[in-house]
Design a protein around this ligand. Structure first.
Ligand code: NAP
Length: 468
């Protein structure tokens, strides 16, 4: 009876997972998608717990408590830290898969070696390699994004690195293949731990040559590895829900990585082996480029005269949590009959949809958000482009400078607007670590300061003005 209920619950959870992914593709249904995803996970976990062999084992209580102790603080991180939080979730997923594979191997070796069939051994080896490399790879990625001191943000490279990395993986797979043919051969007591150590080392080596700016893409690639290791775990445990949920996780991670790579005009190989974000040799000491700072009052006067204002938000708006002020600013401008649009770059911020989520939180109507390709057609008619904490996504060097690390990335054509105001705190570069010539453009004026404070002052200046 319990078995039938559990299988039904797993089926319902699978359906809900699929619906959740499908609903996630539109903002109107996104909330429903999250609820469906939570319900599916709850159903899956509770259905697993109620099985007699699990519920009667006291150890499970400890595991549940440990899950809550780690999970609750993880759920409370700010939105800007979601990429590293996601990486930590993948690390735990990889660790769980790796441990389950290891436990099953040793349990079956000692109690019922006939269970170690060729098929199961392939699944165990796959699960253990993918699980453990996801663990260390994700921990490194989270560390880089969190800017942990002892993990270098910049790519660490050395000659022959790709060969060393590939070599580690090939050795791990070769040992795994040998184990598949002879699960309990004379050297198996040494071979299984060797696979674990090699996979752990490979995870670290895979991520150290990749710069911090590429970590979101790496995280989503690791997401797909974690999903695949869950599929393998499903085969080991003969659990259909793990197989389907893992396949959904694996494929969605892969699709997301491809979307991100496209938006940056980069290939997978370039992300994984391109050492993006390496300190660029600076151009020979030429004349110091000059910024033109502007006052909030001056900017407010020009904004008031505009007919079309395009707001281009970026990572800085997220850091400053300026989205509510930005919405107020748009409202102030609209009151004056000015058309206001928000230009959304697919990789603005630190995760796909970052700007959409923030602006939706501030109740900016979704119809005001315009995708990069659509807004670029209007940029020449735009009177004021207001760049709020965006940098790389408006850097014109991406169009023509073949030496630039962002060369080829499609950008929002802020430089085509009649006047450009850029809000940022300092002269520091954005995530790609490069200067932005947009800021030195004749038409560009800088509003230096924290985005929330500056936009707040702009709102005040406009509210204090004539209003007509
Ligand atoms: P960005 O190039 O990182 O620039 C953000 C700018 O915001 C910085 O120049 C910074 O300058 C400013 N800033 C930071 N805090 C601020 C604050 N409190 N107030 C005002 N300004 C602040 O950001 P982006 O233009 O959004 O570009 C995103 C980058 O991330 C791209 O390189 C993209 O390829 C990469 N990336 C994104 C994703 C994704 O999915 N979204 C994935 C992979 C990679 P100051 O320090 O001077 O203030």
């Amino acid at each position: 009876m319990t078995h039938a209920i559990v299988q039904l619950a797993y089926l319902a959870a699978t359906v809900l997972f699929v619906l959740s992914l499908s609903w996630m593709s539109h903002p109107r249904t996104a909330r429903r998608s999250v609820r469906a995803g939570v319900a599916a996970m709850l159903l899956a976990v509770v259905a697993t717990w109620i099985q007699p062999e699990i519920v009667n084992d006291g150890w499970i209580i400890l595991a549940i408590i440990a899950g809550f102790v780690v999970g609750i603080p993880l759920s409370r991180v700010p939105l800007t830290a979601v990429p590293q939080r996601t990486a930590l979730s993948h690390a735990f997923g990889g660790l769980a898969a790796g441990l389950v594979g290891t436990a099953k191997y040793y349990l079956w070796s000692s109690q019922s070696p006939e269970e170690l069939t060729t098929f199961r051994m392939i699944a165990i080896v796959t699960e253990v390699i993918l699980g453990f490399l996801t663990l260390t790879g994700s921990l490194m990625a989270a560390g880089k994004l969190q800017e942990v001191k002892w993990i270098p943000q910049r790519p660490v490279t050395y000659p022959g690195q790709n060969i060393v990395n590939l070599g580690l993986l090939v050795i791990a797979v070769a040992i795994g293949a040998a184990l598949v043919f002879q699960p309990l051969g004379p050297y198996s007591h040494f071979m299984f731990p060797a696979i674990i150590v090699l996979a752990l080392a490979f995870g670290v080596m895979l991520v150290i040559p990749i710069g911090g700016a590429d970590m979101p893409t790496v995280i989503s690639i690791l997401n797909s590895y974690a999903g695949l290791s869950a599929v393998a775990m499903g085969f080991v445990l003969d659990n259909k829900l793990l197989i389907t949920a893992g396949a959904l996780d694996g494929s969605s991670g892969l699709i997301l990585s491809i979307i991100m790579c496209r938006a940056m005009n980069r290939s997978f190989a370039n992300v994984l082996f391109g050492a993006f974000g390496k300190v660029q040799a600076r151009a020979a000491a030429g004349e110091e480029k000059v910024y033109k700072p502007e006052t909030v009052e001056g900017a407010a006067q020009v904004l008031e005269q505009a007919s079309l204002v395009v707001i281009i938000p970026g990572y800085g708006m997220a850091v400053a949590q300026a989205q509510h002020r930005v919405h107020e600013l748009a409202e102030q401008l609209r009151k004056r009959g000015i058309t206001v649009k928000f230009a959304i770059h697919p990789v603005a911020g630190r995760m796909p949809g970052h700007m959409n989520v923030l602006l939706a939180e501030a109740n900016v109507p979704y119809s005001d958000l315009v995708e990069m390709d659509d807004i670029n057609a209007d940029m020449a008619q735009c009177d004021v482009a207001l760049v709020i904490g965006a940098n790389d996504v408006v850097n014109p060097a991406a169009r023509y400078d073949k030496t630039s690390p962002i060369y080829g990335m499609p950008i929002i054509d802020a430089d085509k607007a009649k006047t450009i105001y850029a809000i940022k705190r300092s002269k520091n570069p954005g995530f790609a670590g490069i200067d932005n010539e947009l800021y030195f453009n004749d038409k560009t004026f800088m509003l230096f300061g924290d985005a929330k404070a500056v936009v707040g002052e702009l709102v005040k200046a406009l509210a204090g003005g004539s209003g007509h």
